[in-house]
Design a protein around this ligand. Structure first.
Ligand code: PRT
Ligand code: ZN
Length: 299
């Protein structure tokens, strides 16, 4: 098949997004054999190729139409988009799915001894960041004038070195801030990995592959959230139990051998199941309750 008839997806080569991106494709049945240090891999069972690059290059590869799709963090995507706009270039793409992994936030952080109450407290300060365009837009939106120091790494040590009064950087657990004597003062962006598509029109063949892939991605995402719940219950309590359980469709009720008053109930819940729900089920008469993960789902 001609290379132009194969859907091309840009993924991060190494780093926090890499494994989750490949796992998502694998769970969609899209598998690759990737030689170490390879920049390119062909899918073995579908007309799909992947390009393995630095995450910072993914937005441009998709916006320029070199790749049809890309998986990247919203933080990198929006920073790149603002950079393009601020430099007079267009930067368009379709954000087609939020993928729910590599979650983090872009936050302003201060040394522990410095207090912060509101955004105006940033006025006149020097803030170090690798996200000058996102920070600039945030300050502009809040009519605050501050000095942005653009640095590409180790942002957390800037206040200690006397280079900046505060920082604006990615945070997930908060451990790095703590280790550097900083505290998170304000979140300016919540970010997760997203699937983006180029605005370049696709051939019918590529469109069909994309449809198939998106159906599978949706199945994987829905399955990740959902749980299969299985328990025994008195027939007489079924109505009450149904009102407790969130489920996609009517539960499957199966008779139990040699026991007329009890049945086995099988339910797919569209969301995680809290202990409280299990306790309510038990109180309503359910027993032997099992909650199981679902690997794939097609509705
Ligand atoms: O080499 P390449 O350019 O491809 O990768 P990279 O080094 O630029 O990025 P990488 O692999 O570190 O991160 C890729 C993406 O993962 C980011 O763009 C985010 O979308 C997402 N992500 C999720 C994170 C974090 N969590 C994260 N915690 N990216 C970075 N961090 C860093 C943060 O910069 C800080 O230094 O981890 C530290 C904070 O972590 P905590 O847990 O201590 O708060
Ligand atoms: Zn990067």
């Amino acid at each position: 098949m001609l290379a132009k008839e194969r859907l091309r997806i840009a993924l991060q080569k190494k780093g926090r997004l890499n494994q989750d991106s490949l796992d998502l494709l694998a769970r969609c049945g899209i598998t690759f054999r990737i030689a170490s240090n390879a920049l390119f891999a062909r899918c073995e069972n579908l007309p799909i190729d992947i390009l393995l690059v630095r995450d910072d290059d993914i937005p441009t590869l998709v916006m320029d139409g070199v790749c049809d799709l890309g998986i990247v963090g919203e933080n990198v995507l929006l920073e790149k988009q603002l950079y393009q706009y601020n430099n007079g270039h267009s930067a368009k793409f379709n954000l087609i799915r939020k993928l729910g992994f590599s979650c983090c936030r872009l936050s302003i952080a201060f040394p522990e001894k410095v207090s912060y109450a509101r955004v105006q407290d940033l006025t006149g300060l020097r803030i170090a960041t690798s996200y000058p365009n996102l920070l600039g837009a945030y300050l502009k939106d809040h009519h605050v004038r501050a000095d942005i120091l653009s640095i590409s790494g180790s942002v957390e040590i800037a206040p200690k070195l006397g280079m900046a009064d505060a920082i604006c950087d990615l945070v997930s657990s908060g451990r790095t801030l703590e280790e550097n004597g900083l505290y998170e003062a304000s979140v300016i962006l919540q970010s997760q990995a997203v699937l983006i598509q180029s605005l370049n029109p696709l051939s019918q063949l590529k469109e069909d592959i994309l449809d198939l892939m998106l159906r599978r991605v949706d199945g994987v995402l829905a399955a990740k959230e959902s749980k299969y719940i299985l328990f025994h219950a008195p027939r007489a309590a079924l109505q009450k139990i149904q009102s407790i359980l969130p489920c996609f469709e009517s539960p499957t009720i199966i008779p139990l051998e040699g026991c007329d008053e009890k049945v086995s109930v099988h339910v797919v819940s569209p969301e995680g199941v809290f202990w409280k729900t299990l306790e309510n089920l038990k109180q309503a008469g359910a027993s032997s309750i099992l909650v199981m993960p679902i690997e794939k789902m097609m509705r």
